[in-house]
Design a protein around this ligand. Sequence first.
Ligand code: IPE
Ligand code: IPE
Ligand code: MG
Length: 246
Amino acid sequence: MDSIDDLKNGKLPKHLAIIMDGNGRWAKQKGRLRVFGHEHGVKAVRDVAVNCSKLGIKYLTLYAFSTENWKRPKLEVDTLMKLLVSSLKKELHTLNENNIKLNAIGNIESLPSRALAELKEVMAKTSSNTTMTLTLALSYGSREEIKKAIQSISTKVKNNIISPENIDETIINNHLYTRNLPDVDLLIRTSGEHRISNFLLWQIAYAELYFIDVFWPDFKEHHLLEALKNYQHRERRFGKTSEQLN
Ligand code: IPE
Ligand code: IPE
Ligand code: MG
């Protein structure tokens, strides 16, 4: 295993995104309720955020709750929202100690008022931090994000603010929740599932994908380092030939 210093000498993703999956199965395996898995998932979130900031990754985006996750049993949804509030309260000092700025993407207005208020408070209290931007995707769905972008661009076209022939990728980017974030370089999904589940469809167009079998609460520092090492050995061609890159 390479050390952190070895990794730092190579190319790291500027923007790492993670689909944190497998909390429920992790708990089930231990004969516990799904919510037990979510509780343990929080520690993995803290560790990955601190490790990424120490490594010098500038943007970390974590899929915490999807638009589709609202369809889960009420008890699970309620517990996840409570966990969000308690974790935000508890981790504010971790964010500030590590100079991490908190950001959120998704339809956050649909969160329970307590969760939204806590989220806004922690974002305000970390807004001048500069080492890393930690973005939580909450009530996030990529198709909804794209739909909203199309609606607001269409309104601007109707009001003669934008002309249709001028719509380009920059304009589209500027109407997404991720307008202040660069494209994703590396996307990790835990739990052995090989799908995207409506996460950042536009933004991962040229991301490297990395799937790992461990459930999210078991995702440790060495798994992160292994994923980053694997990323460093990939050749990102963006449509060009290998020869053109050299
Ligand atoms: C990921 O773990 C956390 C959320 C989606 C909120 P899951 O809860 O999806 O766990 P599995 O995939 O059912 O094991
Ligand atoms: C994706 O996981 C959403 C999050 C990790 C928050 P899911 O567990 O909801 O995805 P599917 O339903 O297995 O595709
Ligand atoms: Mg899942």
